[in-house]
Design a protein around this ligand. Structure first.
Ligand SMILES: *Cc1c(COP(=O)(O)O)cnc(C)c1O
Length: 434
């Protein structure tokens, strides 16, 4: 399978190149040349398969031509060392819980897959992974790559804008993981990473790769759990007229769901739930995409003002606003509504949403039509946002032991300004030495 750039001005790339480069030469995002429809027989029997069988079938469709079958299947099974169960919240609304991995958020899936695929492709040279994070990406990538031979990871995060629990998940690991605290917002971190890939001097000195959701090895594997969510709903007899809602920031997760639909997954439609950063919601309403600086919200992993994967969605639907609107609707919730939803759902049903999942739940509760069943991605464990959630519900949130382990470590970080020159000098000096 070859990969083309959404900007259309870069040569086609192999999977290896797309994974190592992350971004195409023309700054576009890589897209697979084909999206194969899975056979009807797969969907007829999907409810009898287990998670690994479902995921391996999906992985074969994307990566089967480029990675030896046994290696690919072991990468898939090692990646999915935890379940993504569906849990009933109330009549007609279910949560697809994506937080059972090591860092308690869905990004574990893409990060673990990418680390293993990159490890497989790495041809002996030292790789430097640059990742910008608004919180959860950094921890998932750092943990996914921890201890992977020959790969050095730099996590860039906005100073004071990630929760202490999120921060300790990438500052306490040590080994091949370095945390860089940037004096700016998430978009500044993302801009630094993007600029680094375009800098000739830096790229001559170091082999750089991205682990942001723009990387095909991170976003495509997220399709696995949409199929698995469907399989479980089908087993429960609830898969007819299924509506899937994805709380979205950079839109990698939703994009993977849209790919799954293109592969034949019988999802009726998708809802993209946003916090107050409503660039995509506004696009759906007006047909005009106008990025703007992100604002800070309770659902901080979705504080994105210019979602990278918009380019992929736009491309997937032939740049046609009408087609996009046929498959996806949008919602936007301010912090007051997010808090109200967490409190209300917990009070009525006992189900505790995190601030991101709360947007997903609310979009379904307001947007489902008669006869539809809703499944929202519960993208993180509420304990990751303990400081937000506890005052809202007025009682303590228990921290799972795998999260407590991070908090016992010693944090180490390097503070940098958002100036590209400073960042570049740092990389040249430090990466040269490591
Ligand atoms: C990253 C993240 C999101 C947003 O996902 P995108 O793929 O960037 O749209 C939502 N919720 C949580 C908890 C996240 O960590």
């Amino acid at each position: 399978m070859r990969y083309y750039s959404t900007n259309g001005k870069a040569p086609l790339a192999s999977l290896e190149k797309a994974v190592v480069k992350g971004l195409a030469e023309d700054r576009g995002l890589y897209m697979p040349e084909r999206i194969d429809r899975l056979p009807d027989t797969f969907f007829d029997s999907i409810q009898k398969m287990d998670f690994h069988e479902v995921a391996c079938t999906v992985a074969d469709a994307f990566f089967g031509e480029d990675v030896d079958r046994d290696i690919l299947h072991s990468i898939v099974c090692e990646t999915l060392a935890f379940d993504c169960p569906v849990v009933r919240v109330e009549e007609g609304i279910w949560a697809l819980e994506l937080f059972h991995g090591p860092t308690l958020a869905f990004k574990d899936v893409g990060a673990r897959f990418m680390a293993r695929l990159l490890g497989h492709f790495r041809s002996g040279e030292r790789l430097n992974v640059l990742v910008a994070t608004s919180g959860d990406t950094g921890s998932a990538v750092a943990n996914g790559f921890l201890g992977v031979e020959g790969i050095q990871v730099y996590v860039l995060y906005p100073k004071g804008k990630v929760s202490p629990i999120q921060e300790c998940q990438f500052t306490t690991l040590g080994r091949n993981i370095r945390a860089l605290e940037i004096d700016g917002v998430f978009d500044d971190c993302q801009a630094l990473v993007k600029q680094a890939f375009m800098d000739p001097e830096l790229n001559a000195a170091l082999t750089l790769t991205s682990a942001n959701s723009i990387n095909v090895a991170r976003f495509l594997p997220q399709a696995f759990y949409y199929f698995w969510g469907y399989a479980q709903m089908k087993r429960a007899g609830l898969a007819d007229n299924l509506v899937v809602c994805t709380p979205s920031g950079n839109f990698g997760n939703l994009c993977a769901g849209l790919f799954a639909k293109r592969m034949g997954l019988p999802v009726r439609r998708f809802i993209a739930a946003n916090n107050a950063n409503s660039v995509f919601y506004d696009y759906l309403r007006t047909g005009v995409y106008s990025p703007r600086p992100s604002v800070r919200t309770l659902a901080n992993a979705m504080d994105v003002g210019d979602p990278s994967n918009f380019a992929r969605i736009y491309d997937l639907y032939g740049k046609d606003w009408g087609s996009i609107r046929r498959d996806i609707s949008g919602t936007t919730y301010d912090d007051a509504r997010i808090a109200e939803t967490i409190r209300d759902v917990y009070g009525r049903t006992g189900y505790l949403c995190d601030p991101h999942g709360a947007c997903g739940y609310r979009a379904l509760s307001e947007g489902l039509l008669p006869g539809e069943t809703g499944l929202f991605c519960e993208t993180a464990h509420p304990a990751k946002f303990k400081d937000t959630v506890e005052p809202i519900i007025g009682s303590p949130v228990e921290i799972p032991s795998r999260l407590q382990d991070f908090m016992r470590g010693t944090p180490e970080k390097t503070s940098l300004s958002k100036d590209f020159g400073t960042f570049k000098d740092f990389l040249l000096k430090v990466a040269g030495e490591e």
